[in-house]
Ligand binder design. Sequence first.
Ligand SMILES: [Fe+2]
Ligand SMILES: [Fe+2]
Length: 475
Amino acid sequence: MSSINYSEKIPNNVNLSEDRTLQRALEHWQPNYLSWWQDMGPEGSHGFDVYLRTATSVDPQGWAQFGHVKMPDYRWGIFLNPAEQDRKIHFGDHKGEAAWQDVPGEHRANLRRIIVTQGDTEPASVEQQRHLGLTCPSMYDLRNLFQVNVEEGRHLWAMVYLLHKYFGRDGREEAEALLDRRSGNDDNPRILAAFNEKTPDWLSFFMFTYFTDRDGKFQLCALAESSFDPLARTTKFMLTEEAHHMFVGESGVSRVIQRTVDMMNQLKTDDVGKLRAAGVIDLPTIQRYINFHYSVTIDLFGADQSSNAAIFYSAGLKGRYEEGKRTDDHVLKGQMYKILEVQGEGLVEKEVPMLNALNEVLRDDYITDSKAGVDRWNRVIDKAGVQFRLCVPHKAFHRNIGTLAGVKVSPDGRVVSESEWHAKVKEWLPTDEDRAYVASLMGRVVEPGKFANWIAPPVMGINRQPVNFEYVRFN
Ligand SMILES: [Fe+2]
Ligand SMILES: [Fe+2]
């Protein structure tokens, strides 16, 4: 079951050839997907040979094979983790019953919505990143960008498989619509706000893959608990691909910081003007990018109180992060959770039923996880002997969803007046000037082993190849 059949038009480990109707439906969708990739995939890249990893099996050990491939020939397909025998539902009102191998009628609309919302983010990020290859800081980074892009394409396949196999005609229509929406398009935008933002430069790309792909990880972890077994199995395999995306983000930001602190030591200065004249990205600008990407991303978890979140959990559609490792009753009725709200001059905690606060529970787990990487970035700064600390802003800062939407809060968590916000926002969020400066650094560096001035080389290459390996052949 775990080995992947590459002899078929659509690589898969789900015995696709035994389900002719499904196979035909997916083969009908495939050319539309490829034409979307031609139009919206990485600009100007279709003839390149890229050193990509491709899944050969879904075993946790050695699933990947590396080799130079043209991206339009990448073997996108349908890969599910092996079924767990006699898997039981382990949370919500159906706890203890057998996991569903098909979609129960009463949960059909909600499950479809969950799958479509997840599916929509995958092509959106490819669209957001499609121009970045033109300004890559190195061949190594260019290859990483392309690896992320092809895997997001495969994640779309993962969701489309579920739509086609389990949701009949509506599912097929949704699968087409996933190829029609466009990130940032006014008439037909992607579903979630963060996926309509631009990813205009490589600092944004690294922040996006660190923060926003990590939102992906938490959503996928919650869906990997689902009672709908095919969804649980497909998201488990997607998670193995997601880990690399967050690595690209964390190591990317880390290398930007490394280069900056090296220059600070070389010039013996923390003067922003001097550092910019030397062509590196000053730490306060990096902090403002963190503030932006973090706040936009934590909005993705949704409103802090949500009756839908309660329904999704109690019905067994979506669990908590690491549901199986928790020691409570996995039903949560009568349990409470603290959320934040503004009262008078300040933020106060308020207890609400946990079932309604499950978006907040997932957001808080995300926050803990994303802080850990910021601590690792601080170690790079400490090691260089520089006095500066990066941090994530308060969770009430710059929010646009739920109780905290539109409330003016500083990054350190003070409720501030409208006038203080306007006076200080240029210290807290990237300014037009910051973005223009970062944009001015973006130039294409593609000679093997060479790196743009604003970023340090990685410690090692991909798949134990040297850093100066020819990761992309331009032909
Ligand atoms: Fe993804
Ligand atoms: Fe991702």
